[in-house]
Design a protein around this ligand. Structure first.
Ligand code: KG4
Ligand code: ZN
Length: 319
């Protein structure tokens, strides 16, 4: 274990696993490659080596059987995951995408039309969970490990800061919707050092995990609720691995009460999966947005359909 993803090893592992994974998927679905009407692969953002493996394989397969292909933005996949199980989660809504690589808050005006509200200034939410778990000696991926440990801990025992969350912030303040986790991580590290010096880390891990989770969840929930209030949206859609966190869902549900509705995909659709990529591909293909063989992967691929400028500086399209 490396406590994270090593890019070069990840690309090699993708390459080694891809044929077997495709074969198993085709077998399970009882279809032949020639039965596939539309091919799709993630074009970015992400680790370029791993992206290229999937994209190149897909281009070759689509070309070999003479079928069209679509390139998909990974985060648009996370937005569309909800469409696979929740017919009532229709735009406009606010989307909170919280994964290992990304944290962003969007106003989804329509499928394919997004306004940027806020994002992380440093670590992604899932990355923060992963780093906190590492500090506490817990397993990777850190999110589920922290959540398990926290379920037996007292979140008030080690008060930790709630970065970027203070009263008096206004929507035209760039920090209003943004989040940051590096200060929280440093505070946790300092606390771990103190507790360790007293030889009590073992006993305190669950309390430290609960305190970290409470702080991270508080910040994410507060920002998402601000976004709902600001856009006048009643619906909030979660996506990304951190959407599996029960504490996050509970706090959001409790705080929005009757005023809003939370939609979160089931765990296997919240974390990275191919079904969400297929959902976007169908949408893009319906709009005639096919990719050519010249399609290439981009580590920093921008989200398509993003309306220009920072949201608060533009007019509000009511939810
Ligand atoms: O969306 P995802 O599967 O992959 C990326 O695109 O990054 O998200 C993985 C991230 C990891 O950082 C993992 O620690 C986090 O999601 N995660 C969680 C939970 N389950 C997964 N974080 C908090 N609580 C969870 N229950
Ligand atoms: Zn993801």
């Amino acid at each position: 274990m490396f406590g994270g993803v090593v890019p070069e090893l990840a690309s090699r592992a993708h390459l080694a696993a891809l044929d077997a994974v495709v074969r198993a998927a085709l077998d399970e679905a009882r279809v032949d490659l020639r039965d596939i009407a539309l091919f799709a692969a993630t074009g970015g953002p992400g680790l370029i080596g791993a992206l290229l493996v999937g994209l190149t394989w897909t281009k070759s397969a689509a070309w070999a059987v003479g079928r069209p292909m679509v390139g998909v933005h990974h985060l648009e996949g996370h937005i569309f995951a909800i469409r696979l199980t929740e017919p009532r989660a229709i735009p406009p809504f606010v989307a909170l995408l919280v994964s290992g690589g990304h944290t962003l808050l969007l106003h989804v005006a329509a499928w394919g039309t997004y306004r940027w509200l806020g994002g992380t200034r440093d670590d992604a939410a899932g990355e923060a969970f992963d780093k906190a778990a590492k500090l506490l000696g817990l397993d990777y991926p850190g999110g589920p490990a922290i959540e398990r440990a926290a379920s037996e801990g007292d979140p008030a025992r080690h008060p930790l800061p709630r970065p970027m969350l203070h009263g008096g912030q206004r929507p035209d303040d760039p920090a209003y919707f943004d989040v940051s986790f590096s200060g929280l991580k440093t505070a946790l590290r300092n606390r771990v050092t103190e507790v360790e010096a007293k030889g009590r880390l073992g006993d305190e891990v669950r309390h430290l995990a609960a305190s970290f989770q409470a702080a991270a969840v508080e910040v994410l929930a507060a920002k998402a609720l601000r976004a709902m209030e600001y856009t006048d949206c009643r619906r909030l859609v979660l996506g990304g691995g951190v959407a599996n966190n029960a504490a996050l869902r509970d706090v959001l549900r409790e705080r929005m009460g009757e005023r809003g509705e939370l939609f979160a995909p089931p765990p296997r659709l919240a974390t990275d999966n191919a079904a969400m990529i297929a959902a976007v591909a169908r949408f893009r293909a319906d709009r005639g947005e096919y990719a050519g063989l010249d399609l290439s992967a981009r580590a920093d691929l921008p989200l398509p359909g993003l309306m220009d400028g920072e949201y608060p500086k533009h007019g509000l399209s009511a939810c």
